[in-house]
Design a protein around this ligand. Structure first.
Ligand code: PEP
Ligand code: MG
Length: 588
């Protein structure tokens, strides 16, 4: 009998395979005491293990930068610096000296204290710190206890499996690169966790934040997961397996068919032009976006350059990153979103306060306007990059025109301060991702050049459903009638104001979602590169005027299924030649 788990989709892609639980931690450290004569020797042993661990981490940092990317490499800087923390080093030494504990026990005690500072909280902001502490604990204790060195993963037959972790640390995640792992499920973590960033870069489908229910999965149990929606089927029935197999885009014939679409102009069957752009987290993702034929970058999430970093990236470093993306798309350009930090994205260098409700807290534009040096640096880097391509600036989490006005002042000031100021001001746009922005779009639009609908945050704020809470995943539906009406009002208001509006939220990655948005009149979508081929296939296969017809029956829709149902039926009738897509609609 099959059963289901829910988590947060953290790295897109579907996978099917046997579950393999990875138990990797050192559960307990044997208790003993030392004699006063042994104190100096134990302190020396601790210092030796610490230096060794630091060396290992720096090596991992260099290898990761080389193999995966510099952004991912930076994640390890924080760990190396933790090992220099005077609180940790001094505290361990005093436990050895004053309590006559051996090095491993003293270090473990001290770490336990540091962990408990974060551990009592469910805050996503603390999760990466905890994962880092766990990573360094494992490294230093393995050395002190003389346990086998080398990756935990090298002793396990992980190839072809779906791996289950209670917590996936960055060190474990980078070790997965060459192991042919099919997918990952974790009990903890968020979409912005460092290990999720790494999983996305390695293109391993991943669902995080499943919680203690993950323990119920038996080793070797067959599992199907969808890393986009966060849905998991354990011990699927034969029918479910069959549905999955038919939806598997990896079948060669289908893959080839989808690849051929990359360079076709995106037109609906009745000739409506649609623009498909890319959502990128990192500059290196630009190559994948070019491969799928993206017409520029509709959302570059610049905050992934800073999360996990111990230091603020310099203006020059940012300039290089933005320039790289702008140069990759000389014709269509890049929409650079200013730092959306806060919420579940937590940069270490800001020492952000713990907040009860981080998604309702000091986030995004609020942080940038409160820290003008940080903001000025970013905007200067963006304006400089614009000399090498087309760059538009997009502001996240806007609720009032004052935020736009203040940003424009800084943007004008940094533009004027350059040796060669830009001839034209950079286009400035805002995310429509709060109900406040959506309801007052007539007041905001006159201040900006374009709008971008963020269905992910708009869904969480309109439905009062935390997007990071796996328990509420069934309630988090961006096609709830309230939202569908909001999208309709937005496109209408944008038409009245004569302003361009695109969609960069994940709804555009869902085949039903994208046709619903097409039906409302949206024509510009920005989505993660792996979703492009399938969504392009949908757009090429549907007719905009047919979709307006489907719309007519939806005025009284009072639940998401009333909206999804008619669009699903339309797709089933219109695209019967694409059994894989239809299988996907009911797969996971
Ligand atoms: C959104 O909120 O829809 C969006 C695209 O931004 P993010 O997912 O980065 O918050
Ligand atoms: Mg958002």
């Amino acid at each position: 009998m099959s059963w289901r788990l829910h988590g947060i989709g953290a790295s897109p892609g579907r996978a099917f395979g046997p579950a393999l639980r990875v138990e990797w931690d050192i559960v307990s450290v044997p208790h003993r005491t030392i004699s006063p004569e042994e104190v100096d020797l134990e302190i020396e042993r601790f210092q030796g293990a610490r230096s060794w661990a630091k060396e290992q981490i720096w090596r991992l940092q260099a290898e990761t930068s080389e193999r995966i990317g510099p952004v991912e490499g930076k994640i390890f800087e924080a760990q190396a610096m933790m090992l220099d923390d005077p609180d940790l080093v001094g505290g361990t030494a005093s436990y050895i000296r004053e309590n006559f504990l051996p090095a491993e026990r003293a270090f473990d005690w001290r770490l336990l204290e540091l962990r408990s500072r974060f551990a009592d909280t469910a805050h996503v902001m603390a999760l990466d710190r905890l994962a880092d502490l766990r990573d360094i604990r494992f490294r230093v204790l393995s050395r002190l206890l003389g346990l086998a060195e080398g990756s935990v993963l090298s002793s396990l037959p992980v190839g072809g499996c779906i791996l289950l972790f209670d917590e996936l640390t960055p060190s474990l995640a980078v070790g997965l690169g060459d192991k042919e792992v099919r997918g990952l499920l974790t009990a903890t973590g968020s979409r912005a966790s460092h290990s999720a960033v790494i999983a996305r870069s390695l293109r391993i489908p991943c669902v995080v934040g499943i919680g203690p229910d993950l323990d119920e999965v038996q080793d070797r149990a067959p599992v199907i997961l969808d890393g986009a929606t966060g849905r998991v089927i354990v011990e699927p029935t034969e029918t479910e397996k069959d549905t999955y197999r038919r939806s598997d885009v990896q079948t060669t014939a289908r893959k080839r068919r989808l690849e051929e679409l990359a360079h076709r102009v995106t037109l609906t069957r009745d000739g409506e032009r649609v623009v498909l752009q890319a959502n990128l987290d990192q500059p290196d993702d630009a190559a994948g976006a070019l491969e799928v034929g993206a017409e520029g970058v509709g959302l570059f999430r610049s905050e992934f350059l800073v999360i996990g970093r111990r230091t603020i990236p310099s203006e020059d470093e940012q300039y290089e990153a933005y320039r790289q993306v702008a140069e990759a798309f000389p014709r269509h350009g890049v929409t650079l979103r200013t730092f959306d930090i806060g919420g579940d994205k937590f940069p270490i260098f800001l020492s952000m306060p713990m907040e009860e409700n981080p998604y309702l807290g000091w986030r995004a534009i609020r942080v940038c306007l409160d820290l003008p040096d940080l903001f000025r640096n970013q905007l200067r880097a963006a304006v400089r990059a614009a000399a090498h391509g087309r760059v538009r600036i997009l502001l996240p989490f806007i609720v009032a025109s004052d935020e736009i006005r203040r940003t424009r002042e800084i943007l004008d000031e940094v533009s004027a301060s350059l040796d060669v100021p830009p001839e034209e001001p950079l286009p400035l746009g805002i995310m429509i991702e709060t109900p406040a922005a959506l309801e007052t779009v007539d007041l905001l639009a006159p201040h900006v050049d374009f709008l971008s609908l963020g269905t992910n945050d708009l869904t969480q704020y309109a439905l009062a459903v935390d997007r990071g809470n796996a328990r509420l995943v069934d309630l988090f539906d961006p096609l709830h009638p309230a939202l569908f009406r909001m999208y309709g009002r937005l496109i209408e208001a944008a038409g009245t104001q004569g302003i361009d509006v695109g969609v960069c939220g994940d709804l555009a990655e869902d085949p039903i979602g994208v046709v619903a948005l097409l039906a409302l009149g949206y024509r510009r979508f920005s989505l993660a590169p792996p979703s492009h081929p399938e969504i392009k296939e949908v757009v090429l296969g549907v007719s905009a005027s047919d979709l307006s017809g489907v719309m007519k029956g939806l005025a009284n829709a009072d639940q998401p299924s009333d909206i999804r149902g008619p669009f699903r039926r339309y797709l089933e009738e219109t695209l019967p030649e694409v059994p894989e897509l239809l299988a996907r609609l009911s797969a996971v």
